[in-house]
Design a protein around this ligand. Structure first.
Ligand code: NAP
Length: 271
């Protein structure tokens, strides 16, 4: 059974979700969905910009899954910011996903000038029961502090790039203090550094894979993780991380690996 984290609005979120960025909108998607389902994934992370909301809708309904068994996240694209476009595009997302609510709705990026209006729209969507939880993505401490002046609701989640090579200790401290759960995106650093000898040696010590050590470090920090894979073996591997524990020595060695490696957006310069 995959552990769930409690959100500040009383909902819960499965600690491992399947990342769906770059999972193509074609027949292969169904194979990926089915592999993930059989391996125990119940949490799926899509976004308007990924172009696969529709096929996710077809996959979960086609599998005969009950709506309450699956946790669906989507995100408002940067081109859909502002009150009117946020609500219009979200209505379209619900249609594509074949549901009348999502479990988690995020603002994809801290778009300057428009993000606060979009946030107020998310608050309305949540009040209408169309999103169980609402949150943000790619927000720095600065963006979260600014949001406080406009929001009635604290985001339940901040989805950011976080992995052993980008550890973001200040953001983690801030989110912990403010009751915001971090979802670690690109938890395998987008596959860009899979040969570090320290991780290799820890993996050997625990008879686990390199990726499992990267993911285990994140779940031991009480974060949710969103690994992406299209390979059935890796999909299975990436959720099989709850039968071992990194010890103090492992954690100390991993703490030294932080090198500010960003593989995706860099929101730190966004005012
Ligand atoms: N909110 C945002 O702005 C944002 C930005 C980026 C990502 N995300 C979310 O985070 C998810 C994951 O991020 P990501 O796709 O950038 O990268 P990731 O999960 O860190 O890495 C994916 C890469 O690692 C490979 N891989 C997966 N499992 C592996 C394993 N066990 N061993 C070796 N290699 C493995 C994958 O290849 P194969 O597929 O061939 O296995 C792929 O090349 C996305 O799908 C998306 O849902 C959100």
């Amino acid at each position: 059974m995959i552990p769930k984290l409690k959100l500040n609005d009383g909902a819960t979120i499965p600690q491992v979700g399947l990342g769906l960025w770059q999972v193509k909108d074609d027949q292969a998607f169904f194979d990926v969905f089915n592999s993930a389902w059989q391996s125990g994934y119940r949490h799926f992370d899509t976004a308007q910009i990924y172009g696969n909301e529709e096929v996710l809708g077809q996959a979960w309904t086609g599998a005969g899954t009950k709506r309450q068994e699956i946790f669906i996240t989507t995100k408002i694209s940067i081109t859909h910011f502002g009150s009117a476009l946020t609500s219009k595009s979200f209505a379209n997302s619900l249609k594509k996903l074949q549901t009348d609510y999502v479990d988690l709705l995020l603002l994809h990026f801290p778009v300057t000038g428009l993000r606060n209006d979009s946030w107020l729209e998310l608050e309305k969507i949540q009040a209408a029961g169309q999103a169980k939880s609402i949150g943000v993505s790619n927000y720095t401490v600065n963006h979260l502090e600014q949001l406080k002046h406009h929001a009635s609701i604290t985001p339940a989640v901040n989805q950011v790039e976080l992995h052993v090579f980008l550890q973001q200790p200040d953001l983690r401290d801030y989110c912990r203090t403010h009751g915001i759960v971090i979802e670690a995106y690109s938890p395998l650093a987008h596959g860009k550094d899979m040969q570090n000898p320290v991780i290799d040696q820890i993996a050997q010590k625990h008879s686990k894979s390199y990726a499992q050590v990267m993911l285990r470090w994140l779940v031991q920090q009480d974060l949710a993780v969103l690994p992406k894979s299209v390979s059935p073996e890796r999909i299975k591997d990436n959720i099989d991380i709850f039968d071992f524990q990194l010890d103090e020595d492992d954690l100390q060695q991993i703490a030294k690996l932080d090198k500010d490696l960003r593989t995706c957006w860099d929101p730190t310069h966004i005012p």
